[in-house]
Design a protein around this ligand. Structure first.
Ligand SMILES: NC(=O)c1ccc[n+]([C@@H]2O[C@H](COP(=O)([O-])OP(=O)(O)OC[C@H]3O[C@@H](n4cnc5c(N)ncnc54)[C@H](O)[C@@H]3O)[C@@H](O)[C@H]2O)c1
Ligand SMILES: [Zn+2]
Ligand SMILES: [Zn+2]
Length: 343
């Protein structure tokens, strides 16, 4: 089968690999029907993900059909499934607390340290935790982002501990920022400010009802605007989903005292935490990789039409064109939010 891999020299290529086999009793082999390209895939190719292993098949955001299964897997062959980007055992110290990103036996493996979804078939470990059955009235594309981007936005919104009357600022109107906003809406938050340098994305946020106010830092001073909108206090909560050079600094500066600043963004360089400057602001920072443990709930919400991520798909390509897809995704943030890759 064909598989998309990355090399140390930052190139990607399609190679031939063997169709994967069941290794453990909780494994499944999933035939991919749709996958997507994630900004984290670009971070891997650029060499910014320390645990990523060169020549591993890329891709960790996908849906498909179970074609083989180990003897302990509860779902059936033929079931359509959304796959979690995290592989977790469900039994260890961290899993029991819901901190599945730090599973002692797993974590982010697919498309990072074991072969992922940019190929026809994938071996999915810990399938009883990793797979969520897609119900009849939900299409593969409806469910495509459940295991990664939607989980990340939902997790970011949840750990921000939002209250209905909060004014919440989100840096970055990319897929993660927008999924955070739609999750905040689900939690009942009435006032959301989205900040991005890209008007195409801010317009989508407004059109989808995910932003009450938008700020483009190229046009307006973000700190001034936030102060104006919050009676000089600052935002009650901040979600930093941009990951740009100066957005961590903006994030803590626009937060009001005692705010929670959530940082799902993955940076390409170290950030500075100037504690003397922040002294007295009494901020709480929450950072890191998504604990993607809410996939069943997210599937239910999509099934009941309480939330939808369909608007994220701005482009669709065939798997054979995935190399061009990567280039397009990387270079056209003003035209493209997410690409659905069809197999
Ligand atoms: N924590 C996790 O588990 C997890 C999961 C998925 C993605 N991520 C990370 O989250 C981040 C966001 O992902 P995404 O897919 O939405 O990426 P993205 O690149 O599509 O979105 C980032 C947005 O930030 C905007 N931006 C850039 N500079 C800015 C600035 N100075 N001010 C305001 N906005 C600015 C960009 O225009 C873009 O729209 C990435 O770093 C990604 O790697 C983390
Ligand atoms: Zn991802
Ligand atoms: Zn575990």
């Amino acid at each position: 089968m064909k598989a998309l891999i990355w090399n140390k020299d930052k190139t990607i290529e399609i190679v031939e690999k063997e169709i994967p086999k069941i290794i453990n009793d909780e494994d499944t082999i999933v035939k991919v029907t749709y996958s997507s390209i994630c900004t984290s895939d670009l971070h891997i190719v650029e060499g910014f993900v320390p645990k990523a292993i060169e020549k591993t098949t890329l891709g960790h955001e996908f849906v498909g059909i179970i074609v083989k299964k180990g003897k302990n897997v509860k779902l059936k062959i033929g079931d359509r499934v959304a796959v979690n980007c995290e592989s977790f055992c469900g039994k260890c110290f961290y899993c029991k607390k819901g901190y599945v990103n730090n599973c002692e036996n797993g974590g982010w493996l697919l498309g990072c340290s074991i072969d992922g979804a940019a190929s026809e078939y994938v071996r999915v470990p810990f399938s009883n935790q990793a797979l969520t059955k897609i119900p009849k009235n939900v299409t593969d594309k409806n469910a495509l982002f459940i295991g990664d981007i939607l989980s990340t936005g939902f997790w970011s919104a949840k750990i921000a501990q939002p209250e209905k009357n909060d004014t919440i600022a989100i840096l970055g109107a990319g897929p993660v920022g927008l999924c955070s906003a739609l999750s905040l809406r689900y939690f009942g938050v009435k006032r959301i400010i989205l900040i991005d340098i890209n008007d195409f994305r801010l317009d989508i946020a407004k059109k989808e009802g995910l932003a009450d106010f938008t700020i483009n830092p190229y046009k307006k001073d973000v700190i001034e605007e936030i102060l104006k909108l919050t009676q000089n206090k600052g935002a009650d909560r901040v979600i930093e989903a941009a990951g740009a050079k100066n957005t961590f600094e903006t994030a803590w500066k626009i937060a009001r005292a005692n705010s929670i600043v959530v940082i799902p963004a993955m940076y390409e360089e170290n950030q500075i935490l100037p504690l003397p400057l922040m002294y007295g602001k009494n901020l709480t920072f929450k950072t890191g990789g998504v604990d993607a443990s809410c996939c069943k709930l997210l599937m239910k919400l999509i099934e009941k039409k309480k939330i939808s991520t369909d608007f994220l798909i701005t482009n669709e390509i065939n798997f054979n064109d995935i190399i061009e897809g990567y280039q397009f995704f990387k270079n056209n943030k003003d035209k493209c939010l997410k690409i659905a890759v069809k197999y």
